[in-house]
Design a protein around this ligand. Sequence first.
Ligand SMILES: Nc1ncnc2c1ncn2[C@@H]1O[C@H](COP(=O)(O)OP(=O)(O)OP(=O)(O)O)[C@@H](O)[C@H]1O
Length: 234
Amino acid sequence: MASILECRNLEKSYDGGRTKALKGVSLSLGKGRIIGLLGPNGSGKTTFIKLINGLLTPEKGELYIGGYPVGEETKRIISYLPEVTYLNKSMRIHQIIDYFRDFYDDFDTTRAYEMLKRLNIDPQDRMKTMSKGTKEKVQLIMVMSRNASLYVLDEPIGGVDPAARDYILSTIVSNYNPEATILISTHLIADVEQILDDVIFLKDGNVVMAAQAENLRKTKGCSIDATFREVFRC
Ligand SMILES: Nc1ncnc2c1ncn2[C@@H]1O[C@H](COP(=O)(O)OP(=O)(O)OP(=O)(O)O)[C@@H](O)[C@H]1O
């Protein structure tokens, strides 16, 4: 299978080496796959995502996205949803859409307005007057309205109510280019597992499992959520 991301022996630590967040991660992410990056708190998910986006640099190892080392080329092909809100709170949604359209050549304005409509969000609303969950929906819509090769979503539905989660997930799946790859980091495994093709389990900075979701369910005879609870039982 052709891959969009390849990494070998990635290592990253904090505090001058005292905290080893990634201890030699090697992975290949296939094109056109929806991949769950799963692991308990502190397992290294956000660190890995920050390396992909060039916000951190590894101490060791190699990382290539679309055949390029992390840099300008890779930023162009990655659409990234960070854990924290980064949109200007005083802006109205339609202004944010204009901003994204000006900033990203691959931004699809029509798709953004369609997704807002489907989720009943008024483009005239200002970010600061919206609930946490609605802000999350808007951010996700902006990120998914780009025609990227790799979407990296760090906890995309944490603040969204359960009724809206399925709707958002199906919106994600139906609106993105099937050639593109989506990497989703989340603790809400039961909610997202229906859309996952592959899963990666991270534990203490190591990949402890990387498998096709369907194969894993067959082998274990249970859901990904149940397997996760078994592997990471406290
Ligand atoms: N800025 C930082 N300074 C020091 N240590 C950090 C920093 N960021 C993360 N760490 C540590 O690195 C390790 C991995 O953290 P990371 O945030 O990547 O995990 P995570 O899997 O995303 O966790 P969570 O599910 O809680 O978001 C943890 O031990 C964490 O305490």
